[in-house]
Design a protein around this ligand. Structure first.
Ligand code: FPP
Length: 237
């Protein structure tokens, strides 16, 4: 038994944290350490995704965003892409019940066009069914930050609006959410990888070496404790 536990024993203060976002990195490497195929890492990663998003709700965070699949991830081997799409398809089949029980609105960030008609229909149905729920879970899937900006600017122009920070913000996939206060990236890499480029302007960034399938509620607590110790100035002094 260690003399000093590294696990904080009280829930962190989330009063300054309205929106937390996760770059769930490290599934493939985690599987490799177990001598397993990369797909196994995504299977366990999907379970951790459910646990972590649930935990964030339990500690009072209103908006959670996860980076599940980027516009660039289609370049991965077909077998891996298929495995992630299967996990996603299975997840959305069951998600409606969970979201209604937990009072969570689900929103998919990214174009739905590449998904099968069935999956697109399921995605639209959950979004519609959960749209009046109190908290929000944004799932970025087929998402890219640059692509989102191009899409938003084109939408603003097509609507005959001037291109301003306000109109761009109003046409982003995240238009229903405040900007993220904290972006957490697991897996030891220190980059944003085309995630929430516009929205991240004043986000606090937190990087940890833990591979996503090993990420736990105690790691969330640690990230929040660090966040609470930072002084945010938003360009002021
Ligand atoms: C990054 O790890 C992870 C992904 C690209 C996919 C994340 C997907 C899931 C957690 C499952 C999605 C399912 C649902 C239900 C939303 P990596 O493969 O890049 O890891 P590596 O850096 O070790 O190679």
């Amino acid at each position: 038994m260690p003399e000093f536990s590294s696990q904080p024993n009280t829930k962190p203060d989330t009063s300054a944290l309205k929106h937390i976002a996760f770059i769930m990195d490290g599934n493939g490497r985690w599987a490799k350490t177990k001598g397993m195929p990369r797909e196994y890492g995504h299977t366990v990663g999907a379970r951790v995704f459910s646990d972590i998003t649930e935990y964030c709700g339990d500690i009072g965070i209103d908006t959670v965003t996860v980076y599940a699949f980027s516009t660039e991830n289609w370049k991965r081997p077909k077998r891996e892409v298929d495995a992630i799409m299967k996990l996603f398809g299975d997840y959305i089949k069951k998600a409606a019940d969970t979201m209604m029980k937990r009072n969570i609105r689900i929103i998919f960030l990214g174009s739905k066009a590449p998904f099968s008609e069935k999956v697109q229909r399921d995605m639209e149905e959950i979004e519609e069914k959960s749209k009046n729920n109190a908290r929000t879970l944004n799932i970025a899937i087929n998402y890219g930050g640059r692509n989102e900006l191009v899409h938003a600017v084109n939408e603003a122009i097509a609507a005959g609006e001037p291109v301003t920070e306000e109109t761009i913000g109003a046409h982003l996939y995240t238009k229903n959410s405040p900007p993220p206060d904290l972006i957490v990236r697991t897996g030891g890499k220190m980059r944003l990888s085309n995630f929430l480029l516009w929205q991240a302007a004043y986000a606090e960034l937190y990087f940890c070496d833990t591979l996503w399938p090993d990420f736990s509620s105690a790691d969330v607590d640690r990230a929040i404790l660090e966040f609470n110790g930072r002084k945010r100035r938003f360009g002021g002094v």
